[in-house]
Design a protein around this ligand. Structure first.
Ligand code: AHM
Ligand code: MG
Length: 328
């Protein structure tokens, strides 16, 4: 489709092309996009924090002072609860699931999300993002529990992220490739900027927090040593998963947050960080593993489960996994 096509038109056309494969995400994505626009506006105001509130807090409705990630959580709940698509939501900011209130119609989808990933970067003006994962509620029953979310990532029907960077972007997949949209602030609309994104099968970038080197297991240390001693390698680490992932998706590379002696299960969360990004990377021709198994095959046991994540260009991920497996 021509660059500049609006998000709504693009999603509608995609559904016409793949009526069976795609769910009905036109309205759902439109609701999410509206929430992201509000967040984009607030994130852009974050530099005024020292003027309008205590560090780490932002004044939202004159009288209320709230953390930006809590604000983002509230904006998304408000934007998504009344649309009739979802039956429940799970978020990094909430211990338990949030069921759509009785006063609104309930749909068949579940959404897990990280409202503001990389939020430790807000006060230093570094890109942050929102990550989301949509699942189908399997049993069709009325009541929803956390168990409904415990489906492997391969069951996701749609996933994506918003990146609040030098421009605001949406990147999503509903199982028919990965597509990117950029927010045109002047008209308040997401426009198609990257259709059918493919991640290069090899990259020269590696992204890992080397400050954790002393906690690494030998597989990680040996793999990183191998990279450093190779040619054509460069290290990039923003500390904002969405931004690190997005750069590697576009340029090719590998992002690693493996479990280590400190983060015994890994640091990142399976349901709303690892799974959606793994779905996206696979749809773009890349791969995601824990070092031991494909991320999308894991059957979750907890809402906020942590997981080892090695994600990016296909050949790089396969090679990294070999180092992990050799360790055994
Ligand atoms: P958050 O969801 O609390 O922001 O934590 C996740 C973030 C990721 O964005 C980033 O990749 C990672 O934590 C960085 O962790 P570290 O500071 O340990 O390198
Ligand atoms: Mg996060």
């Amino acid at each position: 489709m021509p660059l500049g096509t609006t998000l709504t038109k693009f999603v509608l056309e995609e559904q016409r092309k793949f009526p069976k494969a795609s769910g009905n995400f036109t309205d759902l994505l439109a609701d999410l996009a509206r929430a992201a626009k509000l967040m984009s506006r607030e994130v852009n105001k974050a530099g005024l924090i020292n003027i309008i509130g205590t560090t780490g807090y932002i004044n939202i409705q004159e009288e209320e002072v709230q953390k930006l990630d809590e604000y983002a959580n509230m904006v998304i709940l408000n934007a998504m609860e009344h649309g009739g698509h979802l039956t429940a939501m799970a978020s990094e900011e909430m211990e338990d699931i949030y069921e759509v209130p009785d006063k609104y119609p309930r749909g068949n989808y579940l959404m897990a999300f990280d409202p503001l990933d990389g939020s430790s970067n807000i006060d230093v003006n570094i890109s942050i993002g929102t990550i989301f994962s949509i699942l189908r509620k399997r049993d069709g029953g009325k009541e929803t529990t956390a168990n409904d979310f415990f489906q492997p990532g391969s069951e996701q029907v749609c996933a994506g992220y918003f990146l609040y960077g030098s421009s605001t972007m949406l990147v999503y997949t509903s199982g028919n490739g990965v597509h990117g949209f950029t927010l045109d602030q002047s008209i308040g609309t997401f426009l198609l900027s990257n259709e059918n994104i493919r991640i290069p099968s090899r990259g020269s970038i590696y992204s890992i927090n080397e400050g954790n080197a002393r906690y690494w297991y030998p597989g990680t240390s040996r793999y990183i040593d191998k990279l450093k001693n190779g040619k054509n390698v460069t290290s990039r680490y923003i500390v904002s998963l969405v931004a690190d992932f997005h750069r590697n998706l576009m340029k090719g590379g590998i992002f690693l947050y493996p479990k280590d002696k400190k983060a015994k299960k890994g640091k990142l969360r399976l349901l709303y960080e690892a799974n959606p990004l793994s779905f996206i990377v696979e749809q773009a021709g890349g791969a995601a593993t824990t070092g031991e198994e494909r991320v999308l095959d894991i059957i979750p046991e907890e809402l906020h489960q942590r997981v080892s994540l090695i994600i990016g260009s296909n050949e790089d991920v396969i090679e990294a996994e070999r180092y992990w497996k050799e360790e055994k």
